[in-house]
Design a protein. Structure first.
Length: 306
């Protein structure tokens, strides 16, 4: 009975600790590490990162463990006397030179393999030119005749203004939303040709494992292929300090099924291929002769166009 009473008294504390742990997991501490991402290459980058991290942890434990053990065991209070005759030890110096070389080579092999795969833009299925400018992005689907601009969305833009009176916490995805996201299909190797129009920008979407500088007069290449079961919205930002409004250049990628993407692309291409409606002459204006594409003269009394 006493054990049950003690367990019952501990139950609220256990529940409180569980709730605190859940809140801790939802906090920023869970986002300190790199994300695994939604592409094969992002997962390989993450695995490489964790492999190198644990190698560094093991080296740190060994080195600092040896230092602490030496300080404790050979301290003066225990009667330790320094060996002033020891200048060097050839065997030790050979070991602490060769071992790091082997470690670095062992680390370089998977790193080089991953880097080569990151730069492999062959066998791509969709090519998009990405141009960074102050302060937004332009996306050109080179094989489909579709081009548009992407800026910070109006709600975030209004809330960021000084003395706007708008609480940024009330704006969903504050500073991480755009008016027109980049739309791509799942399970498709997308090649990005990234450049800049004015200063250096950087196109960065952590979930894709892609971060490339957009440099004026130079074209960088990158690629990603989102898993077939991972459609959705993925967000990023300009990762290069590019001026006053650098913090207001978000990136949003809308990953859709192949059928939805094909329908969106057809609709977007049709919209951009529609011929502009012919200008209507004001009442009383003389008729425009056939073949004359110049702007008709302004009728008397009508407003002068600006």
């Amino acid at each position: 009975m006493m054990i049950r009473a003690k367990l019952a008294s501990l139950a609220p504390a256990v529940l409180a600790a569980t709730a605190a742990a859940a809140a801790h997991a939802d906090s920023g501490w869970s986002e300190l590490n790199m994300p695994r991402g939604v592409t094969d290459i992002s997962r390989k980058i993450y695995d490489l990162h964790m492999t190198i991290f644990w190698v560094c942890v093991v080296i740190g434990v060994i080195v600092f463990g040896a230092m602490i053990w030496s300080l404790v065991v050979y301290r003066k209070s225990r009667g330790a006397v320094a060996d002033v005759t020891l200048v060097h030890n050839t065997r030790v110096e050979f070991v602490w030179t060769i071992v790091p070389v082997f470690i670095l080579v062992a680390m370089a092999v998977p790193a080089a393999r991953t880097l080569v795969e990151i730069e492999d833009t062959t066998r791509t299925e969709l090519t998009i030119k990405v141009t960074g400018f102050q302060w937004g992005w332009q996306y050109d689907f080179l094989d489909d005749g579709v081009s548009y601009y992407s800026h910070l969305d109006r709600k975030s833009n209004a809330a960021r203004e000084l003395l706007s009176g708008i609480d940024p916490a009330s704006v969903e995805h504050y500073l991480l939303n755009v008016d027109y996201p980049l739309v791509v299909p799942v399970a498709t190797k997308v090649r990005l040709l990234i450049t800049g129009a004015d200063v250096i920008h950087s196109w960065w979407v952590p979930a894709f494992g892609v971060k490339k500088d957009a440099i004026p007069g130079f074209v960088n290449e990158a690629w990603f292929k989102v898993d077939a079961d991972k459609p959705g919205l993925y967000r990023g930002q300009c990762a290069e300090l590019c001026g006053r409004d650098h913090g207001f250049m978000p990136i949003v990628v809308d990953v859709r099924s192949k059928a939805d993407f094909a329908a969106w692309l057809r609709e977007k291409a049709a919209q951009q291929k529609e011929p502009a409606a012919p200008a209507t002459a004001p009442p009383g204006a003389p008729p425009v002769p056939p073949g004359n594409t110049s702007t008709p003269a302004t009728a008397p009394g009508s407003a002068t166009p600006h």
